[in-house]
Design a protein around this ligand. Structure first.
Ligand code: C2E
Ligand code: CA
Ligand code: CA
Length: 624
């Protein structure tokens, strides 16, 4: 290092410390100390920070490094009130202190003698001062005696001021970082800190599996609503404290906001121990908490997922845990669910569907199958229900259950629905032109989302006009729960459809909550009895009673009634006996591609051997 003049020394130190932050502070400080001891020809130097709350001085850097550092290091943290007179004086000093051999600081010299064997030392201690307050000290020690000139001390004061600035900046940065990483209600870490931590834990080569618990308080909203938001906040704070106190200090507990918490235990664990730990936490949270005057308790649901370092990404683990949480909640809440292979399969399918469904709607990989509906007494085909399928590039032919829900959740329901209506209408018009299906109704399922969209009636009208289909040949099927959800909006749409003569049927009837009084308010033509009831008609007296009452009610309201899911001759015969003649089901015909359905349309009938009372054969096979 080039020999510096006293003044250029300050400039050099200033430029060295300029770009320093918390991570480089120690190394840069050591570098500066090394220059200083050389320049001032002393033996050792140190930089310490004053922690005013703890009334302690903390070692930041020293030079040269001590050859042996005891553990614990007595120099690391020194309390002002339990140290020698020199150190005690430094707690409040804002001017440099010089100690030289002699009687004034005898106790100090004695301490030095005892710990180092050096008879006497000379020390210059220069306080770091920030806004008039001492925030640390820069110190130099030389064996024996040394004089410190005012000029030297002034230079050291200038350098101490630079260190003081650096420290203030680092403290501010750390404070900012703390704020950026913590939740202000609970002091727990926040989402950002959680993501950073998980990123680190899931890095290849780290110990795994890394368990992740997604935690959600059941019905917290009710607490906020009835006891007020302060009570809700206090409740969350108490729970946070309880978690902190009962978990390993190394475990990460993050609050993502609201009543959502994520816990990442420090210890790697397999699915079984993760499930046990999650259950322990779940029970911990379920215990009562006193909030003001009230004692409240809230159940919690916990979703558990495991991440394998180097394999699983942070967002995958979190999504899996969230998925497991949903499953815990949907099975009643107040429980724990571990992400399983079945959930994974379902999850992957859902991802895939979300990713590819939009293009499927336009690239021709959707197909419609048609399931005939017959009059059980004659076997005559009275309707065809269009049922959508997706010819998936890798997963084969997917049933609507695998993707219609996703479409509804991702704003694709409208597009998918229009495709279904257009395709079914086009096919139906084609059959009609070829003289097939003239007395047959085409049944089309519509999503709730479609029904409340404002232009649905117009869209429908446009399609019917384009293919030259009269409204009365079309029956739209809507599920029962939708009807109840938005009665007013649905009513408007249904009336519009009625004006075109379009028929409306309530699908899956019996599973929802609509009383028939609701139905009275809607222009509905028919109900389709849910297949769950029909399937067990031979076996369950309850189901028999339900079907009987549905048929009776439909009759008294003047509604048509269709039995779905007829799988056995017993079911078919029972329906006929109850007066429900129209039916659909695997016994009669499965849903099939358009080409296959043409044969049935050509004959107009489907052969059934139901051996109904009063006829020797209920249905004559072949065209009549
Ligand atoms: P859904 O409207 O109740 O349709 C009848 C479902 O029952 C069809 O299932 C059909 O294959 C099945 N099925 C028919 N007969 C029997 C039987 O005897 N036994 C049994 N176990 N099942 C029978 P699929 O095709 O899987 O459709 C499921 C649901 O998906 C449909 O129930 C409907 O709600 C919905 N869906 C189908 N196509 C569409 C569509 O184009 N748009 C909308 N929004 N939903 C559709
Ligand atoms: Ca249907
Ligand atoms: Ca149905």
């Amino acid at each position: 290092m080039p020999r510096r003049t006293l003044d250029s020394l300050v400039t050099q130190v200033a430029s060295e410390l300029m770009g320093v932050d918390a991570t480089t502070m120690v190394a840069a400080s050591e570098r500066v100390l090394s220059w200083l001891i050389e320049h001032f020809d002393v033996d050792t130097s140190f930089l310490r920070h004053t922690d005013r709350d703890r009334r302690a001085s903390i070692l930041i850097a020293e030079w040269p490094p001590r050859p042996v550092v005891p553990d614990p290091d007595p120099l690391q943290v020194t309390y002002f009130d339990s140290s020698d007179s020199v150190f005690s004086a430094l707690e409040h000093a804002i001017e440099p202190m010089v100690v030289r051999p002699g009687p004034q600081y005898d106790d100090y010299q004695q301490t030095i003698r005892q710990s180092t064997g050096v008879a006497a030392v000379s020390v210059a201690a220069v306080p770091l001062v920030s806004r008039g307050e001492p925030t640390g000290v820069l110190g130099f020690v030389k064996e024996g005696d040394r004089e410190w000139s005012t000029r030297e001390l002034n230079v050291l004061k200038a350098i101490a001021a630079l260190f003081a600035q650096l420290q203030a900046r680092v403290v501010a940065e750390e404070r900012l970082r703390y704020i950026a990483m913590h939740d202000d209600l609970t002091g727990l870490v926040n989402r950002r800190a959680l993501l950073e931590h998980m990123e680190e834990r899931l890095r290849a080569g780290n110990a795994g599996p890394v368990a992740t618990f997604f935690l959600d308080l059941d019905r917290l909203k009710a607490l906020n609503d009835f006891l007020g938001h302060t009570a809700g906040d206090n409740f969350i704070r108490s729970l946070s404290t309880r978690l902190r106190e009962n978990l390993d200090p190394a475990d990460m507990i993050a609050r993502l906001g609201g009543d959502e918490f994520v816990i990442v235990p420090a210890k790697p664990m397999d699915a079984e121990s993760a499930g046990m730990e999650a259950t322990r936490i779940q029970q911990l949270i379920g215990r009562r908490v006193t909030v003001g005057e009230e004692t409240v308790s809230r159940g919690a649901s916990v979703g558990v997922a495991l991440g394998i370092p180097g394999e699983t990404t942070v967002s995958d683990v979190l999504r899996r845990a969230d998925h497991a949480l949903l499953s815990a909640k949907s099975s009643g809440g107040n429980g724990v669910a571990v992400f399983t292979d079945a959930m994974r399969a379902q999850f992957e399918l859902q991802d895939d569907v979300e990713l590819n469904l939009r293009s499927a709607v336009s690239d021709g990989s959707l197909v419609l199958h048609y399931q005939p509906e017959v009059d059980l007494r004659t076997g005559r085909v009275v309707a065809l229900e269009a049922l959508v399928r997706w010819q998936h590039p890798t997963r084969g032919l997917l049933p609507p259950g695998a993707f219609v829900g996703v479409a509804e959740a991702t704003n694709l329901a409208g597009e998918l629905g229009r495709w279904v209506i257009r395709t079914a209408s086009e096919q139906f018009a084609l059959w009609r032109r070829r003289g097939l299906a003239s007395n047959v109704v085409i049944r089309i399922n519509v999503s709730p989302v479609q029904l409340v969209s404002l232009d649905f009636v117009e869209t429908m009208e446009g399609i019917l006009r384009r293919y030259g289909i009269d409204g009365s040949s079309v029956c739209l099927e809507i599920t029962e729960h939708v009807v109840v959800q938005d009665l007013a909006r649905t009513q408007v749409t249904l009336r519009g459809l009625k004006r075109m003569g379009v028929q409306i049927a309530i699908d899956d009837f019996g599973t929802g909550y609509s009383s028939l009084s609701h139905l009275k308010a809607l222009p509905v033509d028919a109900v389709k009895i849910d297949r769950g009831f029909v399937q067990r008609l031979g076996a369950s007296a309850d189901d028999l009673a339900i079907v009987k009452s549905i048929v009776g009610l439909a009759g008294s309201f003047g509604l048509g009634v269709v039995g779905e899911g007829v799988e056995t001759t017993v079911a078919a015969r029972t329906l006929v006996a109850l007066g429900c003649y129209r039916a659909q089901g695997f016994l009669i015909a499965r849903p099939m591609p358009a080409e296959e359905v043409e044969e049935h349309l050509a004959s107009g009938r489907i052969a059934l051997d139901l051996d109904l009372p009063g006829t020797s054969r209920s249905v004559l096979p072949g065209p009549s």
